[in-house]
Design a protein around this ligand. Structure first.
Ligand code: SAH
Length: 346
């Protein structure tokens, strides 16, 4: 196999066979990296130009009933300082964001039973009522199909649920017995069936993860056909069993962003906060590799440090307005700009 040829095939046909994807990952080098990134950027520019869509992220609760072994806010972590934003606090985060220009809000949280359907639908309908022109994305983990339906009817239009890893064995090493990959995947299919614009994704460089596992992730994404794919490096958290594991790399994460871009030039691909955490120019590098979304934080500054999924998370100190300014300049430094619109899938 010839790596250049594989990249051309991927560019033209948007898919490779399992062993070809593996070759592309195993034999990556400086040349394949720059070839992939430049084709990926070309494809992004064709569909989205130099726009990067900002999503205002509101991390509204860090209570969680789950226990994902890698995550700093897992339920069993006694050291996590827990918080919940009130409906009013969530609404004022949206208001603040709206005035800064945001037309897309993401409500993300741990799996917090306090936010049952009644609570959640009430919040979503109020945001929908106040901001009819804005996109509302939810990222609340696994819920029943009925619950997803109710939230959709209340006005949510998008849902983010990373599958985390498409390999059942690896999934078991990263999650307790009570959680299952099958259930998580079923949630994704349910979300699609209901009509959400769906985002999935995975961590890069998670403990025990192999390149084969990453190929399985790509193939699962090909099957699911989501509109968004969020990938970011694994970053250790000091209160987890993986505290001494190495973080994923910018190099492999951006390589995979480029591959995803060639798989579907229309994908909405975030340059994630985790990427910006392991490298001060991580998000810029993500954009250069073909990403076109960023997710600046709109949560009140007082709680930001407590939404601690991993160590050294960036942007926990600045006000929302400063974040938007800083990110805007960062995007400009790589020839892109923050495009304050809903940022729909084209
Ligand atoms: N409860 C929601 C939101 C989870 S937090 C849900 O289940 O979908 C959002 C994402 O952060 C997760 O999907 C996971 O991929 C990522 N994440 C969690 N811990 C991480 C870590 N230590 N390093 C990098 N990413 C992490």
């Amino acid at each position: 196999m010839e790596i250049k040829q594989l990249i051309e095939t991927l560019y033209k046909e948007h898919i490779l066979k399992k062993e070809e994807f593996l070759f592309l990952l195993e034999h990556r080098n400086e040349e394949s990296r720059s070839m992939l990134a430049s084709l990926a950027r070309t494809q992004t520019d064709k569909i989205y130009g130099k726009s990067v869509f900002p999503r205002g992220l509101i991390e509204f609760t860090n209570y969680c009933k789950n226990n994902c072994y890698y995550c700093g806010i897992r339920g069993a972590n006694q050291n996590a300082v827990r918080y919940r934003l009130s409906k009013d606090q969530i609404l004022s985060a949206c208001e603040n964001g709206f005035h800064l220009g945001y037309r897309s809000f993401v409500l993300q949280g741990g799996e917090d039973p306090f936010f049952d359907d009644e609570h959640m639908c009430d919040i979503v309908s109020e945001i929908r009522h106040r901001y009819p022109e804005c996109a509302i994305t939810l990222s609340l983990g696994e819920r029943s199909k009925e619950s997803y339906e109710k939230l959709f009817k209340s006005g949510a239009d998008r849902y983010l649920l990373r599958h985390e890893t498409a390999c059942p064995d690896l999934y078991k090493k990263l999650h307790p017995e009570s959680m299952s990959l099958e259930h998580r995947k079923q949630c994704l299919w349910n979300l699609k069936e209901i009509g959400y614009v769906v985002g999935t994704g995975f961590m890069v460089g998670a403990p025990y993860q192999t390149l084969e596992n990453l190929v399985d992730d790509l193939l699962f994404i090909e099957k699911l056909q989501p509109e968004m794919v969020g990938i970011g490096p694994f970053v250790p958290h000091h209160d987890t069993i993986f505290k001494d594991e190495p973080a994923g790399t910018v190099e492999l994460t951006t390589y995979l962003i480029s591959i995803l871009r060639l798989m579907n030039p229309h994908f909405l691909l975030p340059a994630t906060t985790a990427l910006g955490t392991i490298d001060p120019r991580g998000r810029e590098k993500g954009i250069e590799a073909g990403a076109n979304v960023v997710m600046p934080n709109l949560s009140p500054v007082a709680v930001r440090k407590d939404y601690s999924l991993y160590d050294n998370k960036i942007c926990t100190g600045e006000e929302a307005a400063e974040c938007a300014g800083c990110l805007g300049r960062r995007m400009n430094s790589v020839g892109a700009f923050l495009d304050f619109c809903r940022g729909d899938y084209r």
